[in-house]
Design a protein around this ligand. Structure first.
Ligand SMILES: [Zn+2]
Ligand SMILES: [Zn+2]
Length: 371
């Protein structure tokens, strides 16, 4: 296995080769946000004020969903402090951008900036990392899920991308709310509740049919778009003890116009090296990474990454391998032999029974307690 390095190690080697202005905030990103906000308001007014054919409503819902997603990408950037530096303005703009996806700025910064970025792909500490084989024995739900055939699970997990962001965000709220200083907790609650109050208010105002096209369907579309990226950011990579973005992150490629619409969200490895830099400059960082460490860098088209995700199970057998416990099929991860063009099983494992795993875990626990 290659030596792992922290993101600061890479950043220190790349920074001298970048122009000085790339570390400054870029407030002009807000023009894009304003455009999406105006489109969203225009969509609401059209649905609210006119009785139109459901097909036109459907078209508007698709435009609203893509706008919600794009505003989420901008919200991510704003809350990293790369658009404005003033804390209250950063949080206010971030809250507006994340309003459709209903995630509060303080919760997001704690979950994403302070936890996911610091502990990326750490087995225990990254709230976004996928489970390991050991966790299977402890979770009745996971054991039930992994009894289903792979194709059924793959289909279900792709369908669930339409709700995953919203569900995960609510889970993060319950996980982190206790960790906030009691004085800050009421604000975190208000940030979580206010968006829902407006969306439920819209339901009473518009009635269920118009609300479905103005909010619910766009929310599902937005979840799917943001999750297409998020699900490919790290899930094909290994679990890593040291937070090395070249080992544990994947940059996907999309057509240039999609990068423009999505604020360069596809550059995820670059983002983990420089989370405090505007994504406008990530193409320059990519150039440097490919010049210095081409053999370590992982990059592929988004469609290929999604296909690879479909074909591989989401359970880590050991840090660098994935396993389908249904049949015992083992797959490599990126940097450890996974070829996204030709995904295949590297070997079959005879897995211990549930009783054996539980027994082994309790032995480990007894040993630890005995020390
Ligand atoms: Zn990430
Ligand atoms: Zn980030």
């Amino acid at each position: 296995m290659k030596d792992l390095h922290t993101f600061a190690w890479y950043a220190a080697r790349i920074s001298p080769h970048l122009p000085k202005n790339v570390f400054k905030p870029v407030p002009s990103r807000l023009w894009g946000g304003l455009a999406y906000l105006l489109i969203t308001v225009a969509g609401f007014i059209t649905i609210g004020a006119f009785e139109l054919s459901p097909f036109i409503y459907l078209g508007i819902a698709i435009v609203l969903g893509t706008s919600f997603a794009a505003m989420g990408f901008l919200g991510h950037e704003i809350l990293h402090g790369t658009v404005v530096r003033t804390a209250w303005l950063r949080d206010l703009l971030g809250a507006i951008a994340f309003w459709p996806l209903t995630t509060g700025p303080k919760l997001w910064r704690k979950w994403h900036n302070l936890t996911h970025h610091v502990h990326t792909q750490h087995e225990e500490n990254d709230p976004d990392a996928w489970p390991t084989f050991e966790k299977l024995a402890k979770s009745r739900f996971l054991r039930w899920v992994y009894k289903l055939p792979h194709s059924f699970r793959a289909l279900a997990s792709f369908v669930s991308l339409t709700v995953q962001f919203t569900l995960h965000s609510s889970r993060m709220f319950t996980l982190y709310i206790k960790e906030f200083n009691p004085k800050k907790r009421p604000t975190v609650w208000i940030e979580a509740i206010l968006p829902w109050v407006t969306w439920i208010g819209l339901l009473f105002w518009f009635g269920p049919v118009k609300w479905f096209f103005a909010f619910l369907l766009p929310l599902l579309i937005a979840n799917f778009i943001v999750m297409m990226y998020i699900s490919t950011n790290h899930r094909l990579n290994p679990i890593t003890e040291i937070n090395d973005p070249l080992a544990n992150s994947l940059t996907v490629t999309v057509p240039k116009w999609v990068d423009v619409l999505h604020f360069n969200f596809s550059y995820h490895t670059e983002h983990h090296l420089f989370p405090g830099m505007s994504s406008k400059y990530y193409p320059l960082v990519k150039e440097q990474i490919k010049r210095m460490w081409p053999e370590r860098y992982h990059e592929m088209p988004l469609t290929q990454a999604l296909k690879a995700l479909w074909k591989t199970p989401r359970l880590y057998y050991n840090t660098a391998e994935l396993i389908d416990p249904h049949r015992g099929n083992v797959y490599a991860s990126l940097g450890h032999g996974l070829d996204p063009k030709e995904i295949k099983t590297i070997r079959k494992e005879v897995l211990p029974s549930k009783r054996e795993i539980v027994k082994e875990n309790s032995l480990i626990r007894d040993n630890k307690e005995g020390v």
